[in-house]
Write a protein that binds this ligand. Structure first.
Ligand SMILES: Cc1ncc(C[n+]2csc(CCOP(=O)(O)OP(=O)(O)O)c2C)c(N)n1
Ligand SMILES: [Mg+2]
Length: 579
């Protein structure tokens, strides 16, 4: 008898599974291999068991960084990035990233543990009490809660579908503490899991919509194509390039669409942006929205007489969402479908022998481009002391050209705007940045996810303020020994380091500690820290980092007078009449 009893007990154990296990099994069944999160009640054992089951569990120092990592992993892979947090405060820390994912159309699932429903709903003061589902709803594309272990399969399937289908976005999944320990029959548990079939079904555009768009494009005298990050997300790189090249139409890449075609491409109109926007007569938007980043498609940027006037352009809008068209100005030819299917249908309609745009238009753009590029080359060739944004970014530009496969992270104000225009990208989905909101704090989370997902070298160009939002996660970079080279363009503050408080006392709100030694932060965790005051020192630091693949932070000291208020969006900043 004594030898039989343990066997019976083991069998009984194997016949039962629990909520922890079912969450892990459901994620694995759907090809999810990485969790970005931060442990604590009630999800600590979930992180342990997920790791034991072969999932990669990346632990951060703040949920916001974990969330940003998950969001960009979703963008890069077209699979939902998973962020896992504890209840109330951990959930709230992750929520910023969830909203960011929804706004930027990145597929992400924020999974948060939550406290006891009975106590939360009666507001009896539970540990980390909060009605998380209600709070997440307005910020997420969808939000679900699972109360019973047998519903975990459905809950995760619904979350995956909601995150990646149609226009992708952030999804919230609420898992109360009690769920994790619930035991159910193992066979029933297995049977309840769902492997999602075709999670992001293709959406084929209607042939008449494609024809309407091509007819409009064919009649254009000054056509322009604008590529947005939706186009980059689609991973239809060869077709997008073929569409641009076969039509011969000049194109502008939005920030994260840089590199879809190499920025040095003859048809790129980036260096003549302020000429082509007001001059174009037909504009085809591919995965780009007419939001603030494109001045809402109207006003002076587009040649309108005043702030809200139409510039006269006709728009073709290729987008997954049928409600995107007409959001800001009239769209004459909406083409609704997934970008890959739309571009391939447009390509088929174009066939061969599509007439090139009038030479007059192409020559006018080429002339502006040449002039602006020559002017920029002159500025970049200068070597002022102290180093400024241009002389530092001339180095970064060379290094990215020599390492086109490296992932490139960028945030800040001047540190963002100068970098975006100076540093060319050569391959799709290499540049990841502040996105639709111009959000600060994505930096270190993006670095971790970019390194983990792509296994490529990561280069991050960070404003000193931008870096501070997620700076502690350099420890995470060191802990996982990731090939990340962070360059801080350090001008002692937000926009610049020269503001003074007229009353004396505290320093001005935009100013930081002068000559802060950020590189020591990286050294504290075993990484390489470099203090660079010249382009030569910066170049050596970056070269060494890329050669060694060691976590590296370069504190690049920039002239503190070099920036402008709000970088390139000064016009959006209400300025007090009385200073
Ligand atoms: C989450 C968040 N908080 C605040 C801001 C406002 N903001 C825009 S840029 C910026 C920092 C700019 O300074 P820095 O990163 O040092 O870049 P610089 O212009 O100095 O190169 C701030 C705080 C923001 N965009 N996002
Ligand atoms: Mg700064």
């Amino acid at each position: 008898m004594g030898t039989v009893e343990p066997q019976v007990a083991a069998d009984a154990q194997a016949a039962v599974t629990d909520g922890f296990q079912l969450v892990i099994d459901a994620l694995k069944l759907n090809g999810i291999d990485t969790i970005y999160g931060l442990p604590g009640i009630p999800i600590t054992d979930l992180t342990r068991r997920a790791q034991a089951e072969g999932l990669r569990v990346l632990s951060f120092r703040h949920e916001q960084s974990a969330g940003y990592a998950a969001s960009i992993a979703g963008y890069l892979t077209r699979k939902p990035g998973i962020c896992l947090t504890v209840s109330a405060p951990g959930f709230l820390n992750g929520l910023n990233a969830l909203a960011h994912a929804t706004t930027n159309c990145f597929p992400m699932i924020l999974i948060s543990g939550s406290s006891e429903r009975e106590i939360v709903d009666l507001q009896q003061g539970d540990y980390e009490e909060m009605d998380q589902l209600a709070i997440a709803k307005p910020l997420a594309k969808a939000a679900f809660r699972v109360l019973h272990a047998e519903d975990i399969g459905v809950g995760i399937a619904r979350a995956i579908r909601a995150a990646v289908s149609g226009r992708p976005g952030g999804v919230y999944l609420d898992l109360p503490a009690k769920l994790f320990a619930q035991g159910i029959d193992a066979a029933a548990g297995r049977g309840s899991l769902i492997k999602v079939v075709d999670p992001a079904p293709r959406q084929i555009p209607a042939p008449d919509a494609v024809k309407r768009a091509l007819d409009l494009l064919k009649g254009a005298k000054k056509p322009l194509i604008i590529l947005g990050k939706g186009a980059a997300y689609a991973q239809a790189d060869a077709d997008i390039r073929a569409l641009v090249e076969k039509t011969g139409i000049p194109y502008l890449p939005m920030s994260m669409a840089k590199g879809l075609l190499p920025d040095t491409h003859a048809q790129s109109a980036s260096a003549a942006r302020s000429y082509v926007l007001p001059e174009a007569d037909v504009v085809m938007l591919i995965g780009a929205r007419l939001n603030w980043l494109l001045s809402h498609g109207k006003g002076k940027t587009w040649g309108g007489k005043s702030h809200k006037d139409w510039g006269g352009q006709k728009f073709i809008q290729v987008d997954i969402s049928p409600t995107e068209a007409d959001s800001n100005v009239r769209v004459d030819a909406p083409v609704v479908g997934d970008i890959g299917s739309c571009v391939s249908a447009l390509l088929a309609g174009i066939g061969s022998g599509w007439p090139k745009p009038p030479a007059e238009w192409l020559n006018a753009i080429a002339e502006r481009k040449a002039k602006n590029i020559a002017k920029m080359a002159e500025t970049l060739a200068q070597n002022p002391s102290p180093m400024n944004f241009h002389s530092a970014l001339a180095v970064v530009r060379d290094i990215v050209r020599a390492n086109p496969a490296a992932m490139f992270v960028n945030e800040g104000a001047n540190a963002l705007d100068f970098t975006r225009s100076i540093v060319d990208m050569f391959e799709p989905r290499k540049r990841i940045d502040v996105g639709t909101w111009g959000i600060m704090g994505v930096g270190m989370g993006y670095c971790v996810a970019a390194a983990v997902v792509t296994r490529q070298q990561v280069i991050a160009i960070e404003g000193d303020s931008a870096f501070g939002f997620s700076g502690m996660d350099v420890e995470t970079i060191c802990r996982y020994n990731l090939p990340v080279c962070v360059v801080i363009l350090n001008n002692n503050g937000v926009y610049k380091g020269t503001d003074v408080n007229p009353r004396g006392g505290d320093v001005a709100p935009t100013v930081f500690v002068k000559d802060a030694r950020y590189e020591k932060l990286m050294q504290a965790f075993g990484g390489v820290g470099v203090y660079a005051t010249t382009p030569a020192e910066l170049r050596k630091g970056m070269d060494d980092a890329i050669r060694s693949r060691k976590p590296t932070l370069i504190n690049a000291v920039i002239d503190e007078t070099a920036g402008t208020e709000s970088g390139r969006i000064t016009s959006l900043n209400p300025s007090a009449k009385k200073k």
